[in-house]
Design a protein around this ligand. Structure first.
Ligand SMILES: NC(=O)c1ccc[n+]([C@@H]2O[C@H](COP(=O)([O-])OP(=O)(O)OC[C@H]3O[C@@H](n4cnc5c(N)ncnc54)[C@H](O)[C@@H]3O)[C@@H](O)[C@H]2O)c1
Ligand SMILES: O=C(O)C(=O)C[C@]1(C(=O)O)C=C[C@@H](O)C=C1
Length: 367
């Protein structure tokens, strides 16, 4: 029998979830969002089968509810679920980037029809809204599940995996605490620092108006995430502030230590500090999505000439090589730029590098 799934919040994550559920047969997808335009666009594109004007009126029909709203409204909906009159089982899951507040609210639920399994796909973007949603967003990404202590949690986990089986996400189960500690380290805290680096640059621009034109690959790479959706990140920082506050203390102490190294001319300690960071960073997994992007990359030097990028792509396409992603890292008038091309496997990576080198391109392989 067809199951009914409601996706509440049809933005970047909810839209991508709905696109993946629609790849399966046997599910009817109903969309709910306060933004009418997103709903209508999703309906027109066939990503949802029906629009819900009111979430709670629609719930008695549903088998599964995906909460893909910002975190604060997600918690509010969970609180209100307690009083919904249901006549059949409802599996509720969310996608929030921080789990403690959500799971604490879910633990209060005593509605006998509801099973709650927390979720968080470790993949996203600095873009937001339905127009940024894409079906392959979760490919190779870790998808964390944080089941509540409920008898039906095994069934709930299995159902979520089945609904998203086409997404190619890799599911793991964690406790909310473990999840929030780790995401604070590899996602929330770096975001805080990236944001502060942008502020620092902004201040310097008053006295150095050319500064923004100097900002090249390094600054852009490290601050990309500072272009993310501000209300989302305000929400994340406050939801996970118990993890972030001690980390900020540590960071301030670490910066003071670095300051002391520079003041005292401690070159050896500074070299050790930089080297240890490089060794750790180089050892992070690069073959799966997660903290570091998932693909097998090559870097190709190109010149700022009409058709330069097209030529490189044509060489690879003619050899039937499957490209996953292309990024222009830097190209300024009249000088060499760098094209980062990502492949799904090491075989394509090596084959492409050899092919392009045989045509006299400078190619570097990311190890
Ligand atoms: N952006 C990321 O990289 C990322 C990654 C993983 C998880 N998440 C989590 O996913 C959730 C959604 O984030 P997103 O990036 O998809 O945001 P988004 O802004 O793209 O989407 C949120 C959607 O929710 C709707 N919405 C907001 N408040 C609402 C309300 N009260 N009632 C009805 N609709 C409402 C908005 O109109 C929007 O369409 C957040 O909880 C976030 O923590 C985000
Ligand atoms: O790739 C990005 O732009 C992201 O910020 C994605 C990112 C992350 O920090 O890795 C951001 C928040 C989510 O909760 C999960 C993933």
């Amino acid at each position: 029998m067809e199951k009914t799934v409601i996706v509440a919040g049809l933005g970047l994550i909810g839209g991508s979830i709905a696109m993946n559920i629609k790849k399966n047969d046997g599910f009817k997808v109903i969309g709910y969002d306060e933004d009418r335009q997103s709903l209508e666009l999703a309906y027109r594109q066939g990503v949802i089968d029906e629009i819900a004007s009111d979430l709670f009126d629609m719930l008695p029909r549903a088998d599964v509810l995906f909460l893909a709203l910002p975190i604060a409204p997600t918690i509010k909906v969970i609180e209100e679920l307690q009083n919904v009159a249901l006549h059949k089982n409802l599996l509720v899951t969310d996608v929030s980037s921080v789990k403690n507040g959500v799971m604490a609210e879910a633990a209060e639920l005593s509605n006998e029809y509801i099973t709650f399994v927390g979720g968080h796909p470790m993949s996203g973007s600095h873009k937001n809204g339905f127009t940024a949603a894409k079906p392959h967003l979760f490919e190779n990404a870790i998808y964390v599940l944080t089941p509540a202590s409920d008898n039906n949690e095994g069934e709930g986990v299995a159902c979520i995996k089945q609904l998203l089986s086409e997404s190619k996400a890799r599911f793991i189960t964690l406790s909310p605490k473990e999840h929030d500690e780790m995401t604070a380290v590899i996602s929330h805290f770096p975001h805080l620092i990236a944001t502060s680096l942008v502020h620092q640059a902004r201040k310097w621009e008053d006295t150095h108006p050319e500064l923004r034109n100097l900002a090249a690959g390094g600054f852009r790479d490290i601050t990309r995430i500072a272009s993310s959706n501000p209300p989302l990140w305000q929400d994340i920082f406050f939801q996970n502030k118990h993890q972030l506050l001690p980390m900020l203390e540590d960071w301030i102490e670490e910066m003071s230590q670095l300051k002391r190294y520079l003041e005292m001319g401690s070159k050896e300690e500074t070299l050790k500090y930089v080297t240890e960071a490089k060794v750790y960073r180089d050892g992070l997994p690069v073959k799966e999505k997660g903290a570091i992007p998932a693909f097998y990359d090559i870097f190709v030097d190109i010149y700022d000439q009409p058709g330069a990028i097209h030529k490189v792509i044509e060489i690879l396409a003619t050899a039937d090589i499957n490209i996953k992603n292309i990024e222009i890292l830097e190209i300024r008038e009249g000088i060499t730029g760098v094209l980062r091309i990502s492949f799904p496997s090491g075989r394509e990576q090596e084959e492409s590098a050899n092919l392009l080198r045989s045509k006299n391109y400078e190619v570097v392989i990311e190890q």
